[in-house]
Ligand binder design. Structure first.
Ligand code: GRF
Length: 196
């Protein structure tokens, strides 16, 4: 039985599109739901165009945990019989209670070479520290931010005249390859991390 995947987004959803296209092409899992915590984002339109069921659940609490929000999304996940959650540019922090329920079945992509540069503003910090290499990491989600087991990692060079925008775009292009490939490995039960 193919695993059913829900993808959580908060914006443009370019990673979501790359995950869906890979699942459509390679058939290792089925994209079953796209969930946004923000309405009117272009990612929802892209999901509709790809014929994936979408829902938008807006939290009452913008910054902290929101248990009503999480109970609504939990019901939706169960209704759609979801097996795996992929966070893809999802900008709402989830509570320990929620993450524990999905432990081992919830993935995230982060735009840095974890364990370096956890949290926000990664590209700014990479440039400030004159790094010559950056990249992206797919990891399991635990209640500790950006700390779960690393499932895939891809490196990207930082070039002499790079700006935050140019590094961000170069890393994002790599994310679009790394995340689908890592999800495929994960669904097929391959335990060795994807390194690119
Ligand atoms: C990506 O850079 C991802 O690593 C970060 O947020 C961005 C989302 O982009 N967490 P998109 O919505 O997938 O286009």
């Amino acid at each position: 039985m193919k695993k059913k995947v829900a993808i959580f987004i908060s914006g443009g959803g370019s990673n979501m599109v790359s995950l869906v296209e890979k699942m459509y092409n390679s058939q290792f899992a089925w994209p079953s739901l796209v969930l946004s915590n923000k309405k009117n984002v272009s990612g929802l339109e892209k999901a509709n165009a790809l014929k994936i069921p979408t829902i938008c659940v807006e939290p009452d609490e913008v910054n902290g945990f929101d248990l009503r929000f999480e109970s609504v999304i939990q019901k939706e996940l169960l209704n759609h019989r979801i097996d795996i959650i992929c966070l893809a540019g999802f900008l709402k922090v989830l509570s320990k209670g929620f993450v524990d329920k999905w432990q081992g079945n919830i993935l995230n992509i982060h735009p840095s070479l974890l364990p370096k540069y956890k949290g926000l503003h990664t590209h700014e910090r990479v440039l400030k520290n004159n790094e010559i290499l950056t990249g992206c990491t797919v990891h399991e989600v635990t209640h500790k931010l950006d700390c779960g087991r690393i499932l895939g990692q891809a490196t990207v060079p930082v070039l002499p005249n790079d700006t935050v925008q140019s590094v961000k775009l170069r890393v994002l292009e790599k994310e679009h390859v790394l995340y689908p490939k890592t999800l495929e490995h994960f669904c097929l039960g391959k335990s060795i991390p994807v390194i690119m």
